[in-house]
Design a protein around this ligand. Structure first.
Ligand code: SF4
Length: 483
């Protein structure tokens, strides 16, 4: 088989697992393991194994008609020239260099790039380093105690080998959350007001949590306080291949969260949206599509086909992620370089920037800038204790709580196999649920029938890996009936 072999990184999350992509002469793509990759030693999770599905190439379009990329770039420049009420979104699902190029276009327009992480806007700037910076993954293996606020079986799975190594080295692991985590020595379903007294953390401990576009900023504040008060190191896992890079590149730009951008479109204060490898429909499956239809201009710059490319007025289709020249910053703060040499995306952005009165740039100069902004050292808390709202974790009397357990892999057009809620045996019995039957859930947001699965969760709680239309927040009070 001839073709090309690329040394690249899995785009499924910010761990940055290394792998090879083989592309044959017909363009068929397959995955090969990279045993020398320090982040994963050649191992890949379910998402990594399914990568060929992810690489469905985006075709350049103008007004739903296939076009050359040059024509799409000119059409986009024409729409952006003099445009007001523009929002630009790049969540970090491409190289740091393309994200930086996108910010140069934003400069030419007199605006900023939003990363969709509304949490940053809710936190004092002095906290941003603690949330955004990386920690070497091998430090997880040396921790004396680990407080785990993620479910490593479904989120960021390659963190698992670090946790197992930590256990072999004598660490104790306490999982905090509604679902029993088998790998942990114990699982505690406790509220933030109990974290400090119940978890027994100290400076030899590590807190592993995550931050993503749907994070509750109040919970992030509670975790930052926990790190501050106990001296434990804190590491926030992130969902996109370059989440750490875009944080460093876009810090201090007053980023809007996804919801805020959608609200702006809905109210008419945003008329033009430009996205860079970021699909609001995948990120917010409940309602983003209808809101995006209100835009005057939806300009999508993307390396892959996804629901938003079908809705866009203009699509600028760039090369696949693995073929791009450039780099990513993983959750450790390490720069991971792609072996690809493609600059179609950066060159398209350079042309748009020039058409808008900005300066030309190339991939190499952008890469140099990226390297100058790398942070490899954990700097420790530099903030004062934050005031936080109380977060209730116990169900209301006579009702249940539906909890959305965030799953990053729902964001990449993967087959949806999470169409059920998890309940415990007591709930099955008390509701008289039949084997193969359904559970009807009612909240202020309406009623929904769902399949169910039995899991070890506390009484009265129902967990879901997807945000259901009846959910009014991360935790939604519901009444339930068997049907
Ligand atoms: S853990 Fe993350 S980076 Fe690694 S293979 Fe899975 S999705 Fe990809």
């Amino acid at each position: 088989m001839k073709g090309m072999i690329y040394q690249t990184v899995c785009p499924g999350c910010n761990i940055g697992c290394g792998l090879y992509i083989r592309e044959d002469d017909e363009g068929t793509v397959s995955v090969d393991f990279m045993k020398s990759s320090p982040a994963n030693l050649g191992k890949l999770c379910r998402f990594g194994m399914q990568l060929p599905h992810h690489y469905s190439k985006a075709i350049s379009m103008v007004d739903s008609v296939e076009a050359s990329i040059e024509d799409a770039v000119q059409a986009a420049s024409g729409k952006l020239k003099g445009a007001k009420d523009v929002a630009m979104l790049s969540v970090g699902a491409t190289t740091s260099e393309e994200h930086l190029a996108f910010t140069r276009v934003a400069d030419a327009l007199g605006t900023v790039v939003h990363t969709g992480m509304g949490t940053y806007a809710e936190l004092p700037p002095e906290c941003h380093a603690a949330v955004g910076q990386g920690i070497p993954l091998e430090d997880v293996e040396q921790a004396g105690k680990i407080a785990l606020f993620i479910d490593p079986y479904t989120q960021y799975p390659l963190i698992m080998r670090r946790l197992l190594a930590a256990k072999r080295n004598g660490a104790s692991i306490i999982a905090v959350g509604p679902k029993k985590i088998k790998l942990a020595d114990e699982t505690k379903h406790i509220g933030p007001d109990q974290y400090e007294s119940e978890l027994g953390l100290d400076s030899d401990s590590m807190i592993i949590a995550d931050v993503h576009p749907h994070s509750d900023p109040e919970h992030v504040k509670h975790l930052l306080n926990l790190a501050l008060m106990t001296g434990a190191r804190i590491m926030f896992m992130k969902p996109f291949v370059d989440s750490t890079g875009v944080h460093l590149i876009s810090k201090g730009t007053g980023q809007k969260g996804l919801q805020e951008i959608m609200d702006g479109i809905n109210e008419g204060s945003i008329k033009t949206l430009v996205t860079l490898d970021s699909d609001p429909i995948e990120l917010m499956p409940n309602g983003a599509e209808d809101i995006l239809k209100k835009l005057d201009n939806l300009i999508v710059i993307s390396s892959r086909n996804s629901p938003v490319t079908k809705l866009a007025h203009i699509v600028i289709g760039t090369e696949p992620l693995y073929a791009k020249a450039g780099s990513f910053m993983n959750t450790e703060g390490q720069v991971l370089k792609n072996s690809g040499e493609g600059t179609v995306g950066v060159d398209a952005l350079s042309t748009i920037a020039q058409n808008l009165g900005g300066e030309a740039f190339d991939c190499q100069s952008l890469h140099t800038h990226v390297l100058e902004n790398v942070v490899k050292e954990y700097t420790g808390p530099k903030y004062k204790k934050l005031s936080c709202k109380i977060i209730e974790t116990a169900p209301e009397e006579g009702k249940g709580n539906l909890i959305n357990v965030y799953n990053p892999f729902m964001w990449f057009d993967q087959p949806d196999d999470n169409d059920f809620v998890m309940v415990n045996m007591n709930t099955v019995k008390s509701l008289g649920l039949r084997k193969g039957g359904m559970i009807a859930l009612t909240s202020n947001g309406g009623t929904l029938k769902m399949r169910y699965a039995v899991a070890e969760v506390p009484d009265g709680l129902m967990l879901t890996n997807k945000k259901l239309p009846i959910a009014t927040g991360t935790c939604t009070v519901v009444t339930a009936e068997g049907c």
